[in-house]
Design a protein around this ligand. Structure first.
Ligand code: GLU
Length: 478
């Protein structure tokens, strides 16, 4: 088998949506799977539609995800001289022709067709011009485009690995422009010429390109070039059943990261939008995808971008992450919010069990800054069997014991043993000691983590201060 070569060929005309990223990922994975090459080609012939920054987004995204290209980036705008001779070659072969129709003529034609309720299409006006007429017009430098000469009858068939054998009536295919008046290739033409010149073996792209593929296929045939393996990918729908679109509020990759999703989780999730490993397995690192991905596992039925599942997956990734790595990710958030005084790694350890998105971190940090305003009614807790009175005596017992511990004994284990044995000695239920402590330390019943975890984080003096203040408040009957 020839070396497998795939390419990601984005047009830098907008933001990178989830479908684009999935295409890039699958192309990369197919190349990896077959130990081939993955190429980046920027399809920027349509200079009017270029969007500033979109290139940066492409580079940054591939880098963040860990998709490395073996060749490129190639820019079609830097290869413009290449395409024209190929278009002329087709004219010589009788597979394409010069078209001298003016813009005015084409506009009028389109209007007429629209008024008659027809699809706008070229009417073959220049398809059969006599050679002398063509030479004459060329001699007078009349502007022209080169159009592909589609067969007028019969059908074109091609095979797609995912969608199977596809047939189209040639009568449906328009004589599309290959070379524009300014000598630039159209996007469709440059795409085919480059796929051939770059020896691309697998063309992977969204199924919205299925309808253009017959035209591409005819071009390969006209040139006598080998047709690549087509791998069209299923639609991605949002939960309302519409095709994902920024306009409908669907998120780009960047948006998702801003919302607090992890790169690894998003990539894992995107990999499964249209591909399945054939068993129940759901978690894959990029490396594991490289080893396990199969073209056969790609499905043709649309996949739904299920945000609930993405969030669940993200939470799972957070839980499984190495603590230090997680702590580094949220370090700036923690320090920005509460300063340097507490150990951010300990806080991260607590939050790692709780947050589903990185952006949720901030909402948990309040208690580390200050005790919330609270009334002592918070000590009344039926299930924990506590009230203000029990709270007061529990806090007094606890503070005594906590004062006896050295700073370096403020570890979860020792604190646990100390407080649990204190409760036992005093004939208290654990909750009768721990609930009042939690309230005293935070002023809220919804603190992240229980008393023991919090005391470990606060350390000796801060814990004792907070408990002392709570005792004072209780004694004053506040
Ligand atoms: N430039 C096209 C796009 O951005 C790529 C189409 C293809 O992969 O053939 O969608």
């Amino acid at each position: 088998m020839n070396e497998v070569r795939t390419r990601y060929a984005p047009s830098p005309t907008g933001y990178m949506h989830i479908g684009n990223l999935r295409t890039a990922l699958y192309e990369y994975l197919i190349a990896k799977k077959f130990k081939g090459k993955f190429i980046l080609r920027i399809e920027d012939t349509d200079q009017e539609r270029l969007v500033e920054d979109s290139l940066e987004v492409i580079y940054k995204t591939l880098e963040l995800v860990g998709i490395k290209y073996d060749e490129g980036p190639y820019f079609q705008s830097e290869r413009l001289d290449i395409y024209k001779p190929y278009a002329e070659q087709l004219v010589e072969k009788g597979e394409a022709y010069y078209c001298f129709c003016t813009k005015d003529r084409l506009d009028t034609l389109r209007k007429k067709q629209e008024e008659a309720g027809e699809f706008a299409h070229y009417d073959y006006n220049c398809r059969n011009l006599a050679k002398e007429e063509i030479d004459e017009k060329l001699k007078h430098n009349q502007q022209y485009v080169i159009r592909q000469k589609m067969p007028l009858a019969g059908e074109t068939t091609f095979d797609d690995v995912v969608y199977g054998n596809i047939k189209v009536d040639n009568s449906e295919l328009e004589d599309q422009i290959l070379l524009k008046t300014d000598g630039f290739p159209t996007y469709n033409f440059a795409n085919v010429v480059d796929d051939h010149l770059m020896n691309i073996t697998h063309v992977v792209r969204g199924s919205e390109y299925l309808s253009s593929t017959p035209k591409y296929n005819l071009l390969y045939n006209s040139f006598g070039w080998e047709i690549p393996t087509y791998v069209h990918l299923p639609l991605i729908l949002n939960e309302e059943g519409h095709k994902l679109s920024k306009r409908l509020g669907d998120k780009s990759f960047e948006d998702l990261l801003e919302e607090g999703y992890l790169v690894e989780a998003v990539i894992n999730f995107i990999a499964l939008l249209g591909w399945s490993p054939g068993d129940e397995r759901e978690f894959f690192t990029l490396k594991e995808l490289e080893e396990n991905f199969t073209i056969e596992g790609i499905s043709k039925s649309p996949s739904v971008f299920d945000k609930t599942k993405l969030k669940w997956m993200n939470a799972e990734y957070i839980r499984k992450m190495d603590l230090i790595k997680f702590a580094e990710l949220i370090k700036n958030q923690i320090i920005g919010e509460i300063g340097n005084e507490l150990d951010y790694i300990k806080i991260a350890k607590l939050l790692q069990k709780r947050v589903e998105l990185l952006t949720e971190v901030e909402s948990y940090l309040g208690v580390f800054k200050s005790v919330a305003e609270y009334s002592s009614e918070l000590y009344i807790h039926k299930k924990m069997k506590t009230d203000q009175e029990i709270a007061l005596s529990s806090l007094q017992l606890a503070i005594k014991r906590l004062t006896e511990l050295d700073e370096n004994q403020y570890t979860e284990e020792i604190l646990h043993d100390t407080l649990i044995s204190l409760a036992a000695e005093q004939g208290l239920k654990n909750g009768q000691l721990l609930w009042p402590l939690r309230v005293a330390l935070t002023g809220t019943e919804q603190s992240p983590g229980g008393a023991i975890e919090l005391i470990e984080i606060f350390g000796k003096s801060k814990s004792i201060n907070r408990i002392n203040e709570a005792i004072g408040k209780l004694m004053k009957g506040e």
